[in-house]
Write a protein that binds this ligand. Sequence first.
Ligand code: SAH
Ligand code: SF4
Length: 360
Amino acid sequence: MHVATVTDIKSLHLDELRGIAEPSYRADQITNWLYQKRVHSFAEMTDLPQALRMQLADNFSFDNIDTLRVLGSKDTTQKFLFRLRDGNLIESVLIPASPALYGSPSDRRTICISTQVGCAYGCKFCASGLDGWKRNLRADEIVNQIMMVEEASGERIDNIVFMGMGEPLANYDNLMRAIQIINAPWGIGIGARHITISTSGLVPQIRQLADQPLQIRLAVSLHGASDDVRSRIMPINRKYNLSALLDACRYFASRKKQRITFEFILIAQVNDSDEQARQLAKHARALEAKVNLIPYNKVEGLDWMQPSSDRQKKFLAVLRAADVRATLRREKGDDIAAACGQLRLQTQRGMATPALESSG
Ligand code: SAH
Ligand code: SF4
């Protein structure tokens, strides 16, 4: 398929628009139409001169994403499957009133969004990487997920986690461009402290993120507290091992004066021993990091199992006994990340629609 190289209007920042539309207040009108009034075409920007509207339409795309399926209901987690202009599928998850995760009070509405089509990192437990990597999302495709979910749900989103499909830090430039639009007062206007990036551990990019000015939060997918365990399930650990990763985390935490979060999926017989818990506690204490335990969410076609509830609680108890701030995410709707990647996979592989599909 021919891929257009045209820039999309929702990938541009206000100062870039000022360089395009004259006089400069036209740029403010454009961002107002895009992010406040939320129109879907240049034609709807009725207070712009006709000539400017045509000039914009000639030079920029105005892509919207199509909502293919919505699963779940209003008061629970809702999953959105979107089709991009080129036919690729991505998904976002809306958690209406999420548990106190990532520093956000419980009345917040959190959205989990995707940054790539597929994922190249091939973690052995994850649905997103199963069919490999297709492409990076553009900034507008990242921003559009938030706008479409708000439009479809009627909810105002105030907390964002980059825990959907893909490795956000492998799409660094588009990610940061999108985050600036999400954060800007002329854009969506969500505070940096309410934006969390989750990474499987791209060391150079963690350092790069530490050196840029926004107070974005960082969550690191650890999933193994020693190199042997981590390398077994996360190939990236062979490139950036634990000590390199923890160094980068320390750098981030000190530059940002921030407590980072370690995510740790609990997989039976793989990383759920007391010994792993003790080593995890040591790493977390050294960084004053919080730990989020996530019971492994079964993926079709993969053999990993969730540990028993007793084992999960015991693992948590070891962390707490070592004075680590840790939570055990319960199943059902509050497992934000676990859901991501799976809906797309099901749809692409033509599996039956899960029973929770809603009518609207
Ligand atoms: N690539 C980034 C962000 C997307 S994955 C990263 O790896 O951090 C978001 C989170 O979902 C990660 O912590 C990931 O390990 C977790 N995850 C993936 N598959 C899962 C599954 N089957 N059950 C539970 N969590 C899963
Ligand atoms: Fe990619 Fe993250 Fe899934 Fe690993 S866990 S395959 S990095 S999306």
